[in-house]
Write a new protein. Structure first.
Length: 726
């Protein structure tokens, strides 16, 4: 018994041994949260305070539940059987099956996946006469899930909580959807918590039964709980009050999916007499990284407060590096170049991560890593060109370039929905085979002959009229403007704008980044060739790969070296988040920056670019306010970042407003004026271009170079697009 306690530091041991009464463990990043939680669980069992079935332990992921079960079993010296240990949804499903009849279900109810939920909701809307083209089912589903996250069945949705969706019909549609679920004896994921909470609210005898059963409640990642999870926990713990919540208010970054940081901030109010134990000894990062992260997060007002410090005796380490760059292309080259240098020094690639604020940022880094043959993996998502919306847009581009592309046509003919079902598609395939013509030509023939009727006929004719117009535009306006126009006029971007799911804004940003990528190519054909080559690039089977992910996906992970690009106003902090949530949104963005910094063990490199190309236009940028909030004693500025700092010291700027300075847009065919290269290219220099490969400079006038490429022939380029050959 003393052996497992001896491995804890004083604060961890206090959290483990404070078994009775409400306890909040504020566990900073890298402070041994998991060790405390599992040791506390085992301690309760080993000291005879409860049997395994009398402890309710809640995690956020199945992986975390599995790890806790294994660790507790190892400490007990035997498999941990009979535990009530799992995720919120798993535990509530277990409770709901025992009392399903109280909410109109049977114990054998099924749980619907997201596709089935949406299909059922659409049926309910159509049965009520709602035009699902005008009022998108995903938007209503997002609203219903928000209500469920807040613990609101239809009867509890007040006028203040209601919505004007479908002319004020949202609450009635919600009630009809719930009735339909009951009639089919099914539940969606939101119902698992909602129904269980309602049972505990409405049936005191059942709540008392669980009070007798569970003597202790343990909760992991408490800062990520939503309102219905909070209500469920509070109901179960209100009798014995032996509840221990472990979390970090400084790492609450999931408000967009319903998490309420207020749950952890009001713990003492909810449980009077609660004890708070702060875990501040970080065993992950160096002292400068911890000091920089602590200085940054101290600017948040909505926090309980703690300061991370090194858990060991080593107070050394590299300062946080802040690198200012001319543009986003140069930023990608800098990051990839430093990774290549680290690899040459023997640094494991698996211990390097690039953490971006938005998914669209990954494209530039992916292409640069591919160029340098550096293996990488996208964590928590797909590679840029593998994402569904990008594949759809590229299919449109392929049809624009090659009308006989059957696979591309089949992908886009009903995206957005044009009423082309399986029967119509079969008819197109039959005509194409019989007449030996492309699928698109067969579709147009059927529409003109009247073999297709109603909406499909009109939509197909409209689509082909659009392609004729866009191909003419391709000749006159160029491929960048044309593809952007095509995505808008085809209704594809409108489809995602109407989608109210949390992923939709990111998909729109990815589409803008795709259009931005076109600016690096002279023709649409050249771009499509490039995409084909990228898609053919096989993922390295080796486990030693650079991690590329969003900051949200990085939570809970750690790496020796972390790159944090794109720290610019409007991008990070996100302007959309600040517009939607004001100061609360800004504080969550700052917590996200804190999470990013504390992923690093040995070095953190923050970068910002003076110019970033967004939707094919250049925009001038100013460094993120978060850079200014990093303590100067713990950062090291290089390049443009140092020049920027010198100017700020000479003329201190005014405080940042909630709305970032409006960016200065530069047309796509212009280039922002760039400082002269420190060492200009001389005639005879060997260079490398990401698309054209290796070449030799034959003439140089200012920033314009004539280059004889080894394989692509003679071309004239700006020197900003090439670099010295390795």
């Amino acid at each position: 018994m003393t052996d497992y306690l001896a491995r804890l530091n004083p604060e961890q041991r206090l959290a483990v041994e404070t078994t009775d009464g409400p306890l909040l463990v504020l566990a900073g990043a890298g402070t041994g949260k998991t060790r405390v939680l599992t040791t506390r669980f085992a301690h309760i069992l080993l000291t005879g305070r409860a049997w395994p079935g009398q402890v309710l332990a809640v995690t956020f992921t199945n992986k975390a539940a599995r790890e806790m079960r294994e660790r507790v079993g190892a400490m007990l010296g035997r498999p941990a059987e009979g535990l009530w240990l799992g995720t919120f949804h798993a535990l509530c499903a277990r409770m709901l099956r025992a009392h399903a009849e109280l909410v109109g279900l049977t114990a054998s109810f099924n749980i619907l996946d997201s596709d089935d939920q949406l299909r059922l909701l659409k049926q309910v809307m159509e049965a009520d006469g709602i035009d699902t083209r005008r009022f998108a089912p995903p938007a209503l589903m997002a609203l219903i899930q928000r209500w469920k996250d807040r613990g609101l069945p239809p009867a509890r949705v007040t006028p203040a909580e209601d919505s004007d969706f479908a002319n004020g019909r949202a609450r009635a549609l919600y009630a009809a959807y719930q009735e339909r679920l009951r009639a089919l004896n099914v539940a969606d994921f939101g119902d698992l918590l909602l129904h269980t909470t309602e049972i505990l609210r409405e049936h005191p005898q059942i709540l008392a039964q669980y009070h007798r059963k569970f003597r202790y409640v343990l909760v992991d990642e408490y800062q990520d709980t939503n309102l219905v999870q909070y209500l469920w926990l509070r109901l179960l713990a209100q009798e014995h009050r032996n509840i221990c919540c472990v979390g970090d208010d400084d790492q609450s970054i999931y408000s967009w999916r319903g998490a309420e940081v207020e749950n952890i901030l009001r713990f003492e109010k909810d449980f009077p007499g609660a004890r708070i134990v702060r875990l501040e000894r970080n065993y992950r990062s160096t002292a400068p990284i911890l000091a920089a992260a602590s200085g940054l997060i101290a600017h948040n007002e909505g926090r309980l407060g703690k300061t991370l410090r090194p858990g060991g005796n080593d107070a050394g380490g590299e300062k946080v590096s802040i690198v200012g760059l001319w543009d986003s292309d140069e930023e990608a080259r800098m990051v990839a170049g430093r990774i290549e240098a680290l690899r040459a020094e023997g640094h494991a690639l698996a211990e390097i991560a690039i953490l971006v604020r938005a998914g669209f940022q990954t494209r530039a880094f992916e292409e640069r890593l591919i160029t340098l043959a550096i293996p990488y993996r996208v964590v928590g998502g797909l590679r840029f060109y593998e994402r569904a919306e990008i594949r759809d847009a590229i299919a449109y581009a392929r049809m624009l370039h090659q009308p006989a592309d059957d696979l591309a046509f089949e992908r886009i003919v009903n995206l957005p929905r044009r009423g082309v079902g399986e029967q119509a598609l079969r008819a197109m395939h039959t005509r194409a085979r019989e007449a030996q013509i492309p699928l698109a030509a067969a579709a147009l023939a059927l529409a003109e002959e009247g073999a297709l009727r109603g909406k499909p006929r009109e939509e197909i004719k409209t689509l082909f009229a659009g392609f004729a117009r866009w191909r003419a535009m391709l000749e006159s306006e160029g491929h960048i403007v044309t593809l952007a126009t095509l995505l808008d006029e085809s209704g594809y971007t409108a489809m995602w704008r109407q989608d109210k799911s949390p992923e939709a804004p990111g998909r729109l940003e990815n589409l803008k980044e795709l259009v931005r990528a076109l600016a690096d190519f002279d023709t649409l054909a050249g771009f499509l060739d490039h995409v084909s080559l990228v898609m053919e690039n096989e993922e390295n089977a080796a486990t030693d790969r650079v991690g590329l992910m969003t900051l949200h996906a990085a939570k809970g992970l750690e790496f020796d070296t972390v790159f944090l690009p794109g720290w610019e106003e409007g991008l990070f902090p996100s302007q959309r988040t600040m517009d939607e949530s004001g100061v609360k949104g800004l504080e969550e963005e700052r917590r996200l920056a804190y999470v990013g910094l504390t992923r690093a063990r040995r070095r953190a490199i923050v970068s910002h670019a003076a110019n970033r190309r967004i939707y094919a236009n250049w925009q001038s940028s100013i460094p993120s306010r978060f850079i200014d909030e990093l303590p100067e004693a713990h950062v090291e500025r290089t390049g443009a970042a140092q020049l920027q700092r010198d100017r700020m010291i000479a003329a201190p700027p005014m405080a940042f407003p909630m709305t970032a300075r409006a960016p200065r847009a530069i047309e796509a065919w212009e280039q922002p004026a760039r400082p002269a290269r420190a060492v200009p290219f001389a005639v005879g220099s060997r260079i490398f271009h990401q698309k054209f490969g290796y070449g030799t400079v034959t003439a140089a006038v200012d920033d314009k170079l004539d280059i004889a490429f080894d394989k692509a022939g003679d071309k004239r380029l700006l020197d900003r697009f090439v670099e010295p050959a390795p």
